[in-house]
Design a protein around this ligand. Sequence first.
Ligand SMILES: *Cc1c(COP(=O)(O)O)cnc(C)c1O
Length: 356
Amino acid sequence: MPRPLLATIHTTALSNNLAVARGYASKSKIWAVVKANAYGHGLERVFPSLRSTDGFALLELEDAVKLRKLGWAGPILLLEGAGCSIDIDTIDHYGLITTVHCDEQLRMLETARLSKPINIYLKMNSGMNRLGYVASKYYAAWKRARVCSGIGQITLMTHFSNAEGEGSVRRQLEIFKYGSHGIEGARSLSNSAATLWHSYANFDWVRPGIMLYGASPSSVLASIQGSGLQPAMTLSSELIAIQTVEPGEGVGYGSIFKARERMRIGVVACGYADGYPRCAPEGTPVLVNGVCTRIVGRVSMDMLTVDLSLCPNSAIGSSVELWGNNIPIDTVAVACGTVGYELMCAIAQRVQVCVE
Ligand SMILES: *Cc1c(COP(=O)(O)O)cnc(C)c1O
């Protein structure tokens, strides 16, 4: 008997969410961000539902090649650019667009022997302080790129560090405008949060990621309520055992939960080796048999335990939703002190996946 744990990828949600992104950025083109194996959903699985996008953005070169092999002939953007000069050959061969965030990457293009010029995204560090040229050095980098015969079109790009916060987005936008003053060319700034909440930053191309998967870029609960986004993944399982515990008895490793009264405990086939966070505290919501209940005791490698007091009709084989349409992934993430991004990216190899 296979383990009942299943990640279901919802194709209609994916295409719906892409349409929602289009609605928010109707004047912009869309890079559907599919890095990290499409945020854990599987690149091949999401591809058919997202192929009405204008381009795909990711950072794994092998996945960019995979997109070509799946038949995608449109734009592909490498968000971190080339790691070494061998990458440039692949970028050239598959007609990829590459980010340039430092002189070393410029040098690779200057010294490469190419079949045709490569289009680039020239990245400015407008406040994130990870990748990119600071505003005062940006113009010089652009001039150097412009005279490089290996470089074709140059798109101007930056990335927001606090897209939830109005002030911070406006500040970074000001820095970007100052650093790119006098430079012509398309511009790309917005991630999901900016696409949703700061449309003045949308410009020519937006780069939504998390919203395509129906989760929030913010850890403020309910932040995407009313946006029309739908969860693209349901993580479901079943009860594989039920225990009745007496007052004072502990449950699971460390006995961190102690029953106050006689109660039924459900054992769910899902643990941290499946990607469910071990740090999920008592009270983290779980749906059993259509009823919202809570985790009790420590999440272990292959199992977790839930309070069945509210689910008198539950039995072995009862359905369990860890996250999905009823239990938003964001709610679980907030309970665990993290973000939906991390949970979806952490789905383990051993979890069975189906597409519907
Ligand atoms: C991951 C990423 C995005 C997408 O971010 P979301 O918050 O998932 O929308 C956009 N741009 C860059 C450069 C990224 O690395």
